[in-house]
Design a protein around this ligand. Structure first.
Ligand code: SAH
Length: 273
């Protein structure tokens, strides 16, 4: 089944952008994933086609209007629903009527409906894995000062952040999220690299990597990696992963030490009244 990415953006021409090259580009060509865009400007009703207005209470910049964004979001949700319904029917046909089970979320699309915002829950590799295991994802990209808060009150939208810094728009965040998901889709990285061993997969950073030449500027690849003794290599890698995580990312190390069961999936819990 194709993983479907739906992007709400005022700059549809930015997609697939960098995801049209390399691994993701090949996967797009092969139909492992697909990408459609929806422009909120197409849902404006005034003659100036304005999607934004000045912030209530004053201040710099412009805010994305709740009414316009909600029209675009509702259209996008319905389109996603139809798309996933037809691709589910397609995979049922392909699998001789067996069907493919997908866990439906509260929106009934089976794919999370996200919005990029620095106020959202920081994305984690665990959440990326959950998203990549589903039928797709729909991403709302903000611009200017972001969205009118009432959009999040009135619609079921998971707010996500890609880190503690401010971008000029959600599109780059969408590229980040999609790139991280696409490389996990079946067949994209190939059998050799399942990604299981990488940074964050076990709550740790990855161990350091080396390749030929064996000696470079007087520096030699650690002896153990040249020993051919796989038990020893595994032990060295585990030790370095732990040591480097402790030194570089005390936050990750603390969570890891408290037990892998406690690491949060990163999925946003909505406060429902
Ligand atoms: N005024 C907002 C920032 C708006 S930046 C604030 O201070 O919180 C404009 C848009 O860029 C946002 O609506 C969002 O879609 C995107 N963006 C900026 N930083 C981001 C981040 N760290 N993670 C995800 N999206 C981000």
């Amino acid at each position: 089944m194709t993983f479907h990415a739906q992007i709400l953006t005022l700059y549809p021409e930015m997609f697939p952008g960098p995801l049209g090259a390399s691994l993701a580009g090949k996967a797009l060509e092969e139909g492992t994933w697909s990408c459609t865009t929806i422009n909120p400007r197409d849902f404006t009703t005034d003659k100036h086609r304005s999607v934004d207005d000045t912030p209530a209470g004053g201040g710099a910049g412009m805010v994305l209007r709740a009414d316009v964004m909600a029209s675009a979001v509702d259209f996008a949700t319905e389109q996603m629903r139809q798309k996933l319904r037809s691709s589910r029917a397609q995979s049922r046909d392909d699998s001789g009527g067996q069907g493919v089970s997908t866990s439906l979320d509260t929106n009934g699309t089976g794919a999370p409906l996200l919005a990029m915002t620095p106020r959202g829950k920081p994305l984690t590799q665990a959440r990326i894995r959950e998203i990549a295991a589903g039928p797709g994802v729909s991403i709302r990209c903000g611009r200017f000062e972001g969205f009118d808060e009432r959009l999040f009150e009135a619609r079921d939208i998971e707010e996500v952040s890609i880190g503690d810094y401010v971008l000029s728009g959600g599109e780059i965040g969408a590229f980040v999220l999609l790139d991280a998901c696409i490389r996990l889709l079946p067949g994209v990285m190939g059998a050799a690299a399942s990604g299981d061993d990488e940074s964050f997969e076990h709550g740790l950073l990855e161990y350091p990597q080396y390749t030929r030449p064996q000696k470079w500027e007087g520096r030699i690849i650690p002896e153990v990696l040249r020993s051919g003794d796989h038990a020893k290599i595994d032990a060295w890698r585990k030790q370095r992963a732990e040591e480097d995580t402790r030194l570089r990312r005390p936050d990750l190390w603390e969570r890891h030490r408290d037990g892998p069961d406690q690491s949060p999936s990163g999925a946003q819990e909505k406060n429902k009244e």
